[in-house]
Design a protein around this ligand. Structure first.
Ligand SMILES: Nc1ncnc2c1ncn2[C@@H]1O[C@H](COP(=O)(O)OP(=O)(O)OP(=O)(O)OP(=O)(O)OC[C@H]2O[C@@H](n3cnc4c(N)ncnc43)[C@H](O)[C@@H]2O)[C@@H](O)[C@H]1O
Length: 139
């Protein structure tokens, strides 16, 4: 079994004083999740998150690395994936241009809708943690 390391962010914009979250739908597995991808070479987790978010959405974001959510899951190929998610606020109304080969859809969703839309329970838990953190930051 090998370990795969992936990094990304819970990206949000403000809508009526609350966060609206950016979710992406995988074109290969159809699941809804956050922008993220494999760490390459000597990259730090933050560097990989910035690169992957840009590759997947064309967004040039900054990360709040004080929030660092973490989860692990088993892959169909037998590997174990370790995922770290930072948070990132982007300006309201910013354009997202998704990478269309790997991502079939994208959208901004309020917390309750995002929670329902996320396919995996581990991501719902990370959203809960991020939402608590972000709501405290905004209010
Ligand atoms: N070690 C390595 N280093 C660099 N590149 C590598 C690599 N291994 C493979 N690659 C290549 O990198 C490409 C993808 O690169 P990236 O785009 O960089 O990788 P990723 O988002 O982390 O992963 P990926 O899309 O492969 O899988 P995910 O975990 O989301 O989804 C995979 C499966 O897990 C399931 N899944 C996804 N999220 C889950 C979750 N939160 N909980 C449980 N299962 C989940 C999905 O349904 C799906 O079945 C692939 O084309 C691959 O060839």
């Amino acid at each position: 079994m090998s370990i795969e390391i992936t990094s990304g962010a819970v990206v949000y914009q403000q809508k009526d004083g609350h966060p609206a979250y950016l979710l992406l739908q995988s074109a290969t597995s159809n699941f809804w999740g956050f922008p993220k991808g494999h760490v390459e070479g000597e990259e730090t987790l933050a560097e990989a998150a910035l690169r992957e978010i840009h590759e997947e959405t064309q967004l040039a974001v900054t990360l709040d690395t004080k929030f660092k959510g973490y989860t692990e899951y088993d892959l169909p190929n037998g590997n174990r994936k370790q995922m770290t998610l930072f948070v990132s606020e982007v300006p309201t109304g910013v354009a997202v241009t998704r990478q269309k080969v790997e991502i079939s859809a994208n959208g901004w969703f309020d917390y309750a809708t995002a929670r329902k839309r996320l396919t995996y329970d581990n991501l719902k838990e990370l959203l809960d943690q991020a939402n608590d953190y972000i709501e405290k930051k905004l209010n």
